[in-house]
Design a protein. Structure first.
Length: 106
């Protein structure tokens, strides 16, 4: 598809100007590919990362969370980069704040 687009663009140039082809024409397909990648991959990933960061910043005691390792627990202590989770009666563990994957729906 990109080759046919390039050929169609080159066909529009006058016959006498073949030696003076604009080099911008060769970058058009790459620009289109970047725009498609941005809207399909980069923008949604940035939006998801921002939502996850906001969730981590909004954690409070009593929130039920799931870690990246699959551990379900309740937040009982917060520090700068560490969260203390209660995973059973009288069992508490400390995990990195970044290890929290999601809030557990109840």
């Amino acid at each position: 598809m990109m080759i046919s687009l390039l050929n169609a663009t080159l066909a529009l140039t006058p016959a006498g100007a073949e030696g003076q082809k604009n080099s911008f024409v060769y970058f058009v397909p790459y620009i289109l590919i970047f725009v498609v990648f941005y809207f399909l991959l980069i923008a949604p990933a940035r939006k998801k990362q921002k939502k996850h960061s906001e969730m981590l910043d909004g954690l409070k005691n009593g929130d039920r969370v799931i870690t990246n390792g699959g551990i379900h627990g309740t937040v009982v202590g917060l520090a700068d980069g560490v969260i203390q989770l209660r995973i059973a009666d009288q069992v508490k563990i400390e995990v990195s704040r970044s290890a929290v994957a999601a809030l557990q729906s109840e």
